[in-house]
Ligand binder design. Structure first.
Ligand code: AHG
Ligand code: MN
Ligand code: MN
Length: 357
């Protein structure tokens, strides 16, 4: 029985009406772009769009054909409606100006059109991440308008292209999930008011970078890996999909912690993930679901951006684990948990404040 189900259109129009905003129309255009991308990605090799191009994006990453096509899909679906003052994306060096023939609005849309695109060739879940905020007046956006902290986002969300396509979004009033009904093309509210469990025994990190991490992250992960025999006295499980959308989705559904922390691999990059179109929207979704999102030293949503493609360390998920990692960073920074250099003091437990374990 389909009648009476809440479609994404109904949901966002009602939410926007309550807020007296024009976000409803914009989010419906974003959802239309997502449906286009879902169909494109879902064709796999039959669409002829797998593989890489010769080009690199502004971050020096090789672009996939799908990176460019999905970027294009979002621009075309969202530029005409009159709600936007401009758009910015992972795949464009500079912000995109709304073409002259279309009216302008006050919102800014920033997005990662295909997150985890290295996974597209191997048929693993990928996604689209987006964030919406407003400039104070209508008209063309100026580059500085995009450099607003995440706490000013009005809406954020992602689409995940997996066995089913879902859109998960927030307008600042909880985090809600919609599943695409492929038979009729509607997104249906299937996961209202998602809550991240506060406790978890599952962590996600690319541990090939372990030697580049800071000591607080090394400490946290080694304690998880020590399991029942270590200070946590609990066995932990680990997952790494290499698609942030898929990791965040798992955490929203069953809890967990996701880390792409600061590392010393490339000193010019303070993290792997981008603040404006990866970290901020995911941080808003996670906080709206009762979780936490931090750089390790600061709430992600409070970070003041300095550049469009700025990178940031990301630690997000179940609140208690994120808070524990923040505490490990504080301990390290104030000298109460320095790395141990003398073989005499090779055991961390000699120094550890037991009240913190
Ligand atoms: P993108 O494909 O948009 O560049 O982002 C990929 C990101 C993120 O989705 C994932 O968590 C991370 O990169 C994976 O990084 P590693 O390849 O270092 O595991
Ligand atoms: Mn990405
Ligand atoms: Mn991407």
């Amino acid at each position: 029985m389909q009648f009476g189900r809440t479609t994404l259109s109904k949901f966002v129009i009602e939410q926007a009406r309550l807020q007296n905003s024009e976000l409803g129309a914009l989010l419906i255009d974003v959802a239309a772009a997502v449906k286009t991308i879902s169909a494109m990605v879902g064709k796999g090799a039959l669409g002829g769009n797998l593989g890489a191009l010769d080009s690199t994006n502004v971050q020096g990453e090789v672009q996939k054909k799908l990176d460019v096509l999905t970027n294009e899909a979002i621009l075309r679906h969202c530029e005409w409606g009159g709600q936007l003052a401009g758009m910015a994306s992972e795949e464009m060096d500079e912000p995109y100006a709304i073409p002259n023939e279309y009216p302008r609005g006050r919102y800014l849309l920033v997005f990662d059109p295909l997150d985890g695109s290295s996974n597209s060739d191997v048929n693993v879940s990928v996604g689209t991440i987006f964030s919406i905020f407003a400039r104070p007046t209508a008209g063309d956006a100026q580059p500085g308008d995009y450099l607003r902290p995440g706490c000013e986002q009005l809406a954020a969300g992602y689409a995940i292209y997996g066995p089913s396509t879902m859109m998960v979004l927030t307008l600042g009033n909880g985090t809600h999930g919609f599943t695409l009904d492929r038979e009729n093309g509607n997104f249906i509210l299937t996961h209202p008011d998602i809550r991240v469990p506060e406790e978890t025994t599952e962590f996600a990190i690319n541990s090939s970078n372990e030697r580049f991490w800071e000591p607080p992250v090394q400490r946290y992960v080694s304690e998880c890996k020590a399991g029942k025999t270590g200070v946590r006295a609990t066995d932990f499980n680990m997952r790494w999909i290499a698609s942030m959308v898929a990791e965040v989705h798992r955490i929203l559904i069953r809890g967990g912690i996701f880390m792409y922390p600061k590392d010393s691999k490339d000193p010019s990059k303070p993290g792997r993930l981008r603040l404006l179109y990866e970290a901020n929207p995911m941080a808003m979704l996670i906080e709206q679901a009762g979780g936490a999102a931090s750089t390790g030293r600061q709430r992600i949503l409070d970070v003041q951006p300095e550049a469009l493609h700025q990178r940031v360390p990301v630690i997000l998920g179940s609140k208690n684990e994120v808070e524990r990692l923040e505490r490990y960073h504080r301990d390290y920074d104030n000298g109460s948990d320095r790395p141990f250099v003398s073989p005499l003091f090779a055991e961390r437990s000699l120094f550890r404040d037991e009240s913190h374990a």
